[in-house]
Design a protein around this ligand. Structure first.
Ligand code: ABU
Length: 371
């Protein structure tokens, strides 16, 4: 059942209440963007992507779209309304008064761009130049939601200038080495400076009255402070994960499954001094199962930990990538109904099941899980 002709209602307060309406990304026209400071800092030093840029092959686009379309159909069969973004021509130069770059990225993954908090859908600042205009792909949907739902708020965070002052030059050398990267991330010496507020929406997890935000490469402290001022009725908690040499986006690191249960990447454990909020309120933080793969697919920015980038459909049901057998087994043992989804061929376009989606509506109200 797909109710695309019914007026949309925007409202979602957390990562697990029953999902009713979601955006699923598209791979059309996806590009590997040319070098730029923040993007280079994220590409692992031994990656097959180093030095490559340009449009992705049509064959990989088609295969990724087959997987994304099938995922959208699976969600629709389960009663979730699915909308899709409108791609623009990503293979063209873009510029502002401060910089120019030769191509954009794509409209996968929506989770990085759009943050839904209650009745609000907020466009993130973003932190890569190649993703500066990505919000345009979602504007037709957001305009429709605004027309349909008089209580919906469409907001956009201040567009950043993204001059060279936003990036630390010591991250620009070719070979830094994982050891030095880990030392830097433990010291919270990330590629982004505190020049201006920066955040990607995928660094934010929603827990009702509380927002948990990763401080790392794609979100800085000024970005977290901006979120705190923007959502005065929420408590905003900054977290960081020192075991991650390339810390972007929280959703392959810390994954809430249902009230009281979070999977944490065992290589990127939440430091003891940041666990109090969860422990005081009886939440269990469980080490996620190890990924089934030793390396990401070709030309993929993300790590093998997309294994834990799952989409929760309701507190008893979770979509997991179909080859991630260990993650499926673990979630089954934890009492969840596991729905396998074949999405690995879309990973290179920007991520896994959580990345590939953005909430429009989940049932349920804003609860206080950490009273
Ligand atoms: N967008 C999530 C990717 C995180 C990771 O590479 O582990």
């Amino acid at each position: 059942m797909n109710r695309t002709d019914e007026p949309a209602v925007v409202e979602s307060w957390n990562e697990w209440d029953p999902l009713r309406h979601v955006i699923v990304g598209r791979a059309d026209g996806g590009c590997i963007p040319p070098p730029e400071p923040a993007l280079d800092a994220k590409v692992p030093e031994d990656s097959d992507m180093r030095g490559q840029w340009g449009p992705r092959s049509q064959e990989t686009v088609d295969r990724a779209n087959e997987r994304l379309d099938a995922f959208a159909r699976l969600l629709e069969k389960r009663g979730v309304r699915v909308d899709r973004p409108t791609p623009i021509d990503f293979n063209q130069p873009i510029a502002t008064p401060d910089w120019r770059t030769e191509s954009m990225f794509g409209c996968m993954p929506p989770r990085d761009v759009l943050l839904t908090v209650g009745k609000e859908m907020l466009e993130a600042t973003m932190s890569y130049r190649c993703r500066w205009f990505e919000y345009l792909c979602y504007r037709p949907l957001l305009q429709r939601y605004c027309e349909d739902d008089p209580a919906m708020r469409h907001e956009a965070a201040p567009k950043p200038r993204l001059t060279d002052a936003d990036y630390r030059s010591d991250y620009l050398s070719e070979r830094i080495g994982v050891e030095k990267r880990l030392k830097w991330t433990a010291e919270k010496h990330f590629v982004t400076t505190e020049e201006e507020p920066l955040f990607d929406a995928a660094d934010v997890l929603r827990f009702g009255r509380d927002l948990v935000v990763q401080h790392g490469f794609t979100t800085n402290l000024k970005g977290i402070d901006w979120l705190r001022r923007h959502f005065p009725d929420h408590r905003v908690h900054a977290v960081n994960f020192p075991g991650d040499p390339y810390p972007i986006h929280i959703d392959a690191t810390f994954t809430p499954i249902r009230p009281g249960l979070i999977l944490n990447n065992p290589d990127r454990r939440l430091p003891d001094d940041q666990r109090g909020l969860f422990e005081r309120n009886g939440w269990e933080i469980v080490d996620a199962a190890r990924p089934a793969h030793n390396s990401p697919p070709p030309l993929c920015y993300s790590s093998v930990w997309l294994s834990m980038n799952v989409l929760v459909l309701d507190p008893k049901t979770v979509c997991v990538e179909a080859t991630e057998v260990h993650q499926m087994e673990q979630l089954d043992r934890l009492g969840m109904e596991v729905v396998p989804v074949d999405l690995r061929d879309a990973y290179a376009f920007g991520g896994g099941l959580h990345c590939a989606t953005a909430d429009v509506r989940r049932e349920g109200a804003r609860e206080d899980y950490f009273p």
